[in-house]
Each structure stands twice: as structure tokens, then as C-alpha cells.
Ligand binder design. Structure first.
Ligand SMILES: [Zn+2]
Length: 75
């Protein structure tokens, strides 16, 4: 007889942040596009999210140059 407890959803401890190398307490975040792996909340807010916004702005600017979207300066 086997009793299998489903604890997989609770496995959120003892992970290391790939950016600051500190132990992640609580939920981890995807560190992409800054790094490969998981990062802590602090790095997510201070590094990963600003980097993602930068990337979006970069894509947007390139699309303006390419003429894919109308220039934001147009009347
Ligand atoms: Zn971190």
C-alpha cells in the first residue's frame, strides 16, 4: 500500500538567486532575459523587470525605425 503525498506545489525553499546568489525565500521569479534560471523578488523588481521594459522600448524604437509602426512624434 502506497501513500503519496502531493507536496510538489510547496517546493519553493532553498533556491539560490542566479543574480545576487542569495537564498530565495518564498516564490522565485524567472530571471530571463538577465540570466538563465531563477531570481529573488528583490532582483526581479530592481533588475529583471527594468531590463524587460528596456527590451520592449528597444523593440518599439526599432519598429519605428523600420516603419512597422507609425512614429510617435506624428501629429
Ligand atoms: Zn537576487
Amino acid at each position: 500500500m502506497m501513500y503519496q503525498m502531493q507536496h510538489t506545489n510547496l517546493k519553493i525553499n532553498n533556491m539560490q538567486c542566479v543574480i545576487c546568489k542569495s537564498t530565495i525565500s518564498g516564490y522565485s521569479n524567472n530571471a530571463q532575459p538577465v540570466a538563465e534560471g531563477k531570481c529573488c523578488d528583490k532582483c526581479n523588481h530592481t533588475i529583471v523587470i527594468p531590463k524587460r521594459i528596456d527590451k520592449v522600448i528597444e523593440i518599439y524604437k526599432q519598429a519605428e525605425i523600420d516603419g512597422t509602426i507609425p512614429k510617435s512624434t506624428d501629429p
